[in-house]
Design a protein around this ligand. Sequence first.
Ligand SMILES: Nc1ncnc2c1ncn2[C@@H]1O[C@H](COP(=O)(O)OP(=O)(O)O)[C@@H](O)[C@H]1O
Ligand SMILES: [Mg+2]
Length: 236
Amino acid sequence: MFKSKKSDSQAFVHVVDVSKSVGDANTLILDGINLQVFKGEFAVILGPSGAGKSTLLNVISGLDRPNSGQVRIDQIEVTALNEDTLSSFRCLNVGFVFQTYNLISTLTALENIQFPMKLAGCEDESLIESRSTDLLTAVGLIEKAGRLPYQLSCGEQQRVAIARSLSNNPSLILADEPTGNLDWTTALEIISLLKKYSIEQGKTMIVITHDERMAEFADVIIKLKSGRVAEIVRPA
Ligand SMILES: Nc1ncnc2c1ncn2[C@@H]1O[C@H](COP(=O)(O)OP(=O)(O)O)[C@@H](O)[C@H]1O
Ligand SMILES: [Mg+2]
């Protein structure tokens, strides 16, 4: 349905022989993962609960370290960065969307979107104001700018979270079960919104889900099973 943006250029996200174990090294959560996602691709990582999807996403972002293997994002080997460099790299280059939205409960919708910019050290108040206003407008919620998260529906909270994930204009968006708490109609709105940003702004997205219906949005479907890549499909 959607054309793959794969080209001969090098992968934007490149996972090479990544393994991760916990406790005694016999408990492998990720077992020799290899995958590539190209710039602008909308990748869906599909797999049942416990397959290792969240662990893989955390390893890709550098929130979690693998026991072996490498992760490269835009040619930068994130697995080789120290904690400080990694956290500023993440702050500037990666946007996150979570199943439970993770909005700050004491901040308004607009303030939640502004938060990552402030965290990244931006001191240009007018830029912060205009960018957050634009993003909230783009997700259709500007009239609810002053609301706290509990005053928004689940779908609205996730739209705010998507706007927040874009606030530092990252090149990569990682979403862990972004529609997991939503009914199907709202889930479709959310996944369509992510897809729109992928197409219009060339954002590379990696979206985790256990819902096979999401696969129709994907440029690449990566099927994960028991910590291994079972299949990688790029629909024609
Ligand atoms: N810190 C940890 N300690 C022990 N087991 C873990 C830890 N993190 C994840 N696991 C286990 O690893 C497997 C994969 O977890 P996860 O990546 O959360 O899977 P998914 O997101 O696909 O549901 C699960 O069996 C989970 O219980
Ligand atoms: Mg998970």
